[in-house]
Ligand binder design. Structure first.
Ligand code: UGA
Length: 436
């Protein structure tokens, strides 16, 4: 089958590459000429494990193409995916900015030829697919097309695995023809017994928001339990284990930390609240989830301050990890971007290291000193804060670290280390919600 994908961001590029791996002929379209030139040369602009070799393979096999042009890819396509960004609106009102989605619909419409399914893969508010259908019909009244919603559930850092072996495929359609085409392009997943959830278009659109909001709820919930553990002398890891073994709860996404970040949970929880508000429905749990997440970051600042003896003024703090999670170079809504400025505002000097995102981070954190590795960051620091659990911070040489630090203060916001081991090594160790 022939597939065109508009937008070569995270979702578009990973989906296109994986569809090519399934054997389809895929053309990825993006208006950014330099990005397309890089991709054609096999140079992948994002850091995602396993993606670059698959892109090269698809290009080499002539199943994966990159272009800035809508023709001939759109007229030839059986299925056109819209996978452009839906950032939070610049008005700061929690709405998703759909201008890129609607612009893509307007631009692709005149090029449609023959029966085509136009699919929204971007995370969009309920009703967007219908709006896309209206835009296409207005721009090309004779176009023979169906719209569909096919939300994507992949995680950054595990994107290929998540796409190739998803827990489910959600397809929102309102015609048999669209359903059959969508099932056909995902046939390799059907063969490995992936469940397919085929629903109305509106239902599929809501499944995506509901899923992300629920995952964010688990995180905020366990973060609050961690805070409670600290006060009553309990261990949140055991609480999470004891809860998670109940199959109705599930053990995933119960890891406490500095609060969730990234391009999805913060944006999608706000957008869901807007959708609910517009429809006169209260979503009080999601409101609380958002508030708890902001409070968690503030609590981390207080935790670091306390570890530094109650005042960070004039102290030097080493920060390990800046991205919102490991295995990505993405800094969007990363807790580091709230916590570091809050420390610096009170006079702390920050020396940071991140395996992937230092160049980008320099734009947001101009007064931070960026170091070549964890040890350089710790040299002469009054405390070290483990902000993101990159693998290379999981087995640090603790004796070397201690010798470099001015004081052996270790604040572990990801609970990577065992408290007793840290104590044995002579650290004043603080983490999130554990007692020992
Ligand atoms: C998330 C969802 O997990 C994907 O299913 C979804 O497709 C994606 O959003 C999206 O909507 O595009 P992602 O943002 O890449 O994926 O990252 P996650 O692995 O979900 O982590 C999000 C944040 O939650 C990170 O800051 C992470 O550190 C935090 N987290 C996650 C916790 O604090 N505790 C946990 O137990 C799990």
């Amino acid at each position: 089958m022939k597939i065109a994908i508009i937008g070569t961001g995270y979702v578009g590029l990973v989906s296109g590459t994986c569809f090519a791996e399934f054997g389809h002929q895929v053309t990825c379209i993006d208006k950014d000429e330099s990005k397309i030139a890089r991709l054609r040369a096999g140079d992948v602009p994002i850091y995602e494990p396993g993606l670059a070799p698959l892109v090269k393979k698809g290009v080499h096999a002539e199943r994966l193409f990159f272009t800035t042009q809508y023709t001939p890819a759109i007229p030839e396509a059986d299925v056109v995916f819209i996978a452009v960004g839906t950032p939070a609106s610049r008005r700061g009102d929690g709405y998703a900015d759909l201008s890129y989605v609607y612009e893509a619909a307007r631009q692709l419409a005149p090029h449609l030829e023959g029966a085509t399914v136009v699919v929204n893969k971007s995370t969009v508010p309920v009703g967007t697919a219908r709006q896309v259908a209206r835009i296409i019909s207005e721009a090309h009244p004779c176009a023979d097309f169906d719209v569909a919603s096919n939300p994507e559930f992949l995680r950054e850092g595990a994107a290929i695995q998540d796409f190739m072996r998803p827990d489910r495929v959600v397809i929102g359609v309102d015609s048999k023809r669209a359903e059959e085409l969508m099932r056909a392009i995902y046939r390799p997943l059907y063969l490995i017994e992936t469940p397919f959830v085929v629903t109305s278009i509106e239902t599929a659109e809501l499944i995506k928001y509901a899923s992300n909001a629920f995952l964010a709820t688990k995180i905020s919930f366990i973060n609050e339990m961690a805070n409670l553990c600290e006060e009553i002398g309990a261990d949140v890891h055991d609480v999470a284990k004891g809860m998670g073994l109940d199959g109705r709860i599930g053990k995933k996404f119960l890891h406490p930390g500095p609060g969730y970040g990234g391009s999805c949970f913060p944006k999608d929880t706000h957008a869901l609240l807007r959708i609910a508000q517009e429809n006169g429905v209260a979503c009080r749990i999601v409101e609380a989830v958002v508030e708890v997440n902001a409070a968690q970051k503030a609590r981390m600042v207080r935790k670091i301050r306390k570890a530094l003896g109650g005042d960070e003024g004039g102290k030097s703090v080493a920060v390990l990890g800046l991205t919102f999670k490991p295995e990505t170079d993405d800094l969007r809504e990363a807790p580091s971007l709230t916590i570091i400025p809050a420390l610096m505002e009170h006079g702390a000097r920050v020396r940071a290291h991140d395996p992937q995102a230092m160049e980008e981070a320099a734009r947001f954190l101009p007064n931070v000193t960026f170091c070549r590795n964890a040890y350089e960051a710790c040299d002469g620091a009054d405390a070290v804060v483990l902000m993101t659990e990159w693998n290379e911070y999981r087995a640090l040489d603790l004796e070397r670290l201690k010798a470099l630090l001015k004081a052996p203060v270790f604040v572990d916001l990801r609970n990577v280390y065992e408290p007793r081991v840290m104590q044995r090594h002579g650290f004043h160790y603080t983490c999130v919600g554990r007692c020992w």
